[in-house]
Design a binder for this molecule. Sequence first.
Ligand code: PPS
Length: 301
Amino acid sequence: MSLDSSFLMKSAPRVELFDFHGVSMISYFTDNWDNVQNFQARPDDILIATYPKAGTTWVSLILDLLYFGKTDPERQTSIPIYGRVPFLEMDFPSFGSGKDLADNLPTSPRLIKTHFPVQFVPKSFWEQNCKIVYVGRNAKDNMVSYFHFDRMNMCQPEPGDWNSYLHRFMEGKMVFGPWYDHVNGWWKKKQTYSNLHYMFYEDLAEDTGREIDKLCSFLGLSPSVEEKEIVESKVQFDSMKKDDMANYSTVGAMDFKISPFMRKGKVGDWRNHFTVAQNEEFDEDYKKKMKDPLLQFRTDI
Ligand code: PPS
């Protein structure tokens, strides 16, 4: 695993958003575009796809434990989650690219993370009929989490104040574009691509065991009761918050004094951020953008 630790001690500068094929992006996720697009997926690769802050790390750890928790326990205590599940499009100075990390993964299957909207996914994943796990999170909590992440991650664009952030989110001027297009685009893909498991952060929070069962059924895994219990306990919010290999405390660009990566892990924290007027404006706009009655997000459980 060739993660250059020098990056971990310093931060890359905050950069500006720009339009990239119709999606707001930053250079750290587009600089390696050609190589990423030419990534050669293998049939047993598993792609974990999410809008940022929707539960990527949670599901990454669940999958990593299901596949390798028993056979390679040392992995859990020695390799940070971003080394075990590389972020495909990432290309940070002196950190190396996610594409190279993915190419060099020694595991089988390879677990790979992406925040790409569906139209940006390298074509070999479709050609190889790879299994894909998509995680969606309700827009309000997703935005709150993203706001705090942008405050503390010095590689992300400046978030500005909460009210301006909320309006930028509604306009889709976020890294990886509009939340609305992301969740809808992947949802539509599910109608024609059967190897896609679409799951929700709120369901995972409500009943982690049930959602792990569904994942296992999709992936064709049958862990013993004991193995499943171990996975469930290791992926509790409090366990992950304490787990230095899962909580991103090794990444110097993130200032946990501003906000920790494992921040609250709750459904409904948006109530502590939205004013009544902001909530009404947001709901009005949401109705116009989210027309598919089959795609429903829960803002409370
Ligand atoms: S990233 O940077 O896009 O990969 O972030 P991501 O992992 O998708 O999302 C981070 C949010 O997920 C919460 N999280 C959890 N919630 C509940 N239980 C567990 N085990 C868990 N692990 C991560 C994390 O706290 C972030 O949400 P917020 O609302 O900010 O707390």
